[in-house]
Design a protein around this ligand. Structure first.
Ligand code: BJ8
Length: 425
């Protein structure tokens, strides 16, 4: 990344030395994991470029938007409705939480047995290394798991602009009423932030823009059903990850270009791995940039990942918002309907998630499921046993992985995953 960005980072208050160290690790990891892959689609070059400019060009774009009066909103969860943010003429970005940083300092603020994702969000703030966080005019937290909701109480003393959204824990009528009330409160907060009223026209624009982005990803997912797999799990994961902070229209166009190339590959039976390579569905906790650990281990152990039942994947993007409403009220209702279907493990009971895993395994012709939980993540760890047992009883091999962001267990994980894949052959 060009040195020209240093004044920009300095102005945002980043710790330049720490930030250099982070970028070095990120670039090194990207080179080792991504650029070493064979048979990648050529159109992935766009995502290579995005990653090389992840703290550069995109931040400059966001700052240019801010100069023109647009607001930037940061979020940590797929429950934050991008449609409403766009309708208020603001931009939504996902905030970095996929790598360990400033761990020692983090443990002055959070108990050691907190999941890596929450620790990472604190580490990026305490270490002053996340330009997205520093340029956000509003940071949205949400009452999802206990870890996050208590962590936001502490986080509010580290940032001035935290807004916390309450979320239901049960898929009931009162649960839906709560979500509708919270989305309406969020709509008002966005209007207050930007000073722009949300109208039928602007909401329609928000819904159509986000639907287009999700539809492009749905097209990509459908192409992953093919054998041989036309794209690696790593590359598809990257597309999902980039969807959280790229410009939505440009992202949509880039994903369609990849899909065009994948369609030709499928017609030519050209894949990233040979036909009949064991196909794995990953299910569980979200994998934010630059958490590529599991995908890398699996895809260098003789299998290909064909789908993600994850918030950085199909759980986060499935279901479009009905765009036929004519009034803001009808459109808000459609947004609530769409988000209320997200099967996050904070819901109890959460049987629909299991149904979705089964459905995905069939659609993607998966030979097995790997359930991925971050250490200390109670909701997904609690669900992992019933998921594993049910799938196994139904004849689908399943493996439960519990890990964190460090590479300390990489060797051990690789051994377990290789043995698991061996059984699938
Ligand atoms: S909708 S999955 S993005 S909350 S890993 S912080 S659950 S202890 S991330 Fe999530 Fe929204 Fe749900 Fe999706 Fe807690 Fe678990 Fe940590 Fe987690």
């Amino acid at each position: 990344m060009s040195n020209d960005y240093r004044p920009m980072w300095e102005e945002l208050g980043l710790d330049l030395d720490a930030h250099d160290a982070l970028l070095n690790v990120l670039n090194q990891g990207y080179g080792d994991i991504y650029l070493s892959q064979q048979n990648r689609p050529e159109t992935m070059a766009y995502f290579d470029f995005v990653m090389s400019e992840v703290h550069g060009l995109r931040i400059r774009e966001l700052l240019d938007e801010k100069d023109k009066g647009r607001k930037i909103v940061g979020s940590y969860c797929v429950f934050v409705p991008e449609e409403i943010v766009l309708a208020a003429d603001a931009t939504l970005v996902g905030l970095c939480s996929g790598a360990d940083f400033a761990l020692e300092e983090v443990e002055n603020w959070l108990p050691r047995n907190t999941c890596a994702l929450i620790k990472s969000s604190f580490g990026f703030k305490l270490g002053k290394v996340c330009p997205y966080l520093e340029c956000a005019d509003m940071i949205v937290g949400e009452n999802t798991c206990d870890g996050k909701k208590k962590a936001y109480e502490t986080f509010s003393s580290l940032v001035e602009n935290l807004y916390v959204m309450d979320l239901p824990q049960v898929k009931s009528d009162p649960g839906k009423t709560l979500l509708a009330a919270e989305f309406d409160r969020f709509r008002q907060a966005m209007e207050h932030l930007t000073g722009k009223p949300i109208t039928a026209e602007s909401l329609k624009y928000g819904i159509e823009t986000v639907n287009a982005k999700r539809a492009a990803l749905h097209r990509l997912y459908a192409l992953r059903h093919a054998d041989p797999a036309p794209i690696s799990g790593l590359d598809a994961l990257l597309a999902n990850q980039v969807s959280f902070y790229d410009n939505p229209a440009r992202f949509t166009e880039s994903v369609h270009k990849i899909c065009d190339e994948l369609e030709s590959r499928i017609a030519e039976k050209k894949g990233v791995f040979p036909e009949k390579t064991p196909r794995i569905l990953v299910s569980g906790c979200p994998q934010a940039v630059p958490n590529w650990k599991l995908h890398h281990i699996v895809e260098t152990s003789g299998a290909v990942i064909v789908g993600e039942e994850s918030c950085v994947g199909e759980r986060g993007t499935r279901n479009l918002t009905d765009d036929t409403g004519g009034t803001p009220e009808e459109m808000m209702e459609a947004i609530v309907d769409r988000y209320f279907q997200i099967n996050c493990a904070i819901f109890t009971p959460n049987g629909d998630r299991l149904d979705h895993i089964r459905q995905m395994a069939a659609d993607y012709k998966a030979d097995a499921v790997i359930h991925y939980s971050l250490q200390f993540c109670q909701p997904y760890l609690m669900e992992s046993l019933p998921v594993e047992n049910t799938l196994k009883n139904e004849g689908l091999p399943a493996l439960r992985i519990e890990t964190d962001y460090s590479m300390q267990d990489a060797g051990q994980l690789k051994t377990r995953i290789e043995a698991f894949i061996e059984q699938l052959r």
